[in-house]
Design a protein around this ligand. Structure first.
Ligand code: THU
Length: 164
């Protein structure tokens, strides 16, 4: 038996002013997108802003549906939109923000597993890391330097591509 430990690294920022200019505007764009979310069932509004290597920022927010599983998270709305509009561009970073102020004091908003899987796929496809910033309401901002930090020991595209 061999025991291994995987490590993840993150940074915490206590004010938007601590971020670089481009990351500030990315967080702000995600916040503005969150306000426009369609979340009549959960009332939990999320916004996401994706920065591409041509400088464009594509935003999205969660879209719910009366047939619950038909809805989609903000991150996937934004990512699918960004890559469908700009299939040849690389994703530099993304910010995801929950507008919900009513979570418990120690709760931190963090993307769901399915959205992490989608971020990771684009990261592997473009062969360069995607910076992920997240914030809940006006609380601290958490920054990861790669989507892979959010999904350790993940399924890899290369596993599918291996030939016998
Ligand atoms: N949601 C997101 O938009 N992103 C996440 O990472 C987690 C959850 C949305 C889905 C649903 O509309 C609402 O938040 C409650 O789960």
């Amino acid at each position: 038996m061999n025991k291994k430990t995987l490590e993840i690294t993150l940074e915490e920022y206590y004010a938007v002013s601590e971020l670089q200019e481009i990351e500030k505007s990315l967080v702000l764009s995600a916040k503005n997108a969150a306000v426009k979310a369609y979340a009549p069932y959960s009332k939990f509004k999320v916004g996401c802003a994706v920065l591409l290597d041509n400088g464009s920022i594509v935003t999205g927010n969660n879209q719910e549906n009366m047939a619950y599983p038909s809805g989609l998270c903000a991150e996937r709305v934004a990512l699918f939109s960004a890559i469908s509009l700009h299939p040849d561009k690389k994703i530099i970073s993304l910010a995801v923000v929950s507008a919900n102020k009513e979570l418990n004091k120690n709760d931190v908003f963090s993307p769901c597993g399915a959205c992490r899987q989608v971020m990771l796929e684009y990261e592997q496809k473009q062969k360069s890391p995607i910076i992920v910033l997240m914030q809940q309401a006006d609380k601290k901002i958490i920054k990861f330097h790669s989507a892979s930090m959010l999904l350790p020991f993940s399924f890899q595209i290369s596993t599918l591509q291996k030939k016998e």
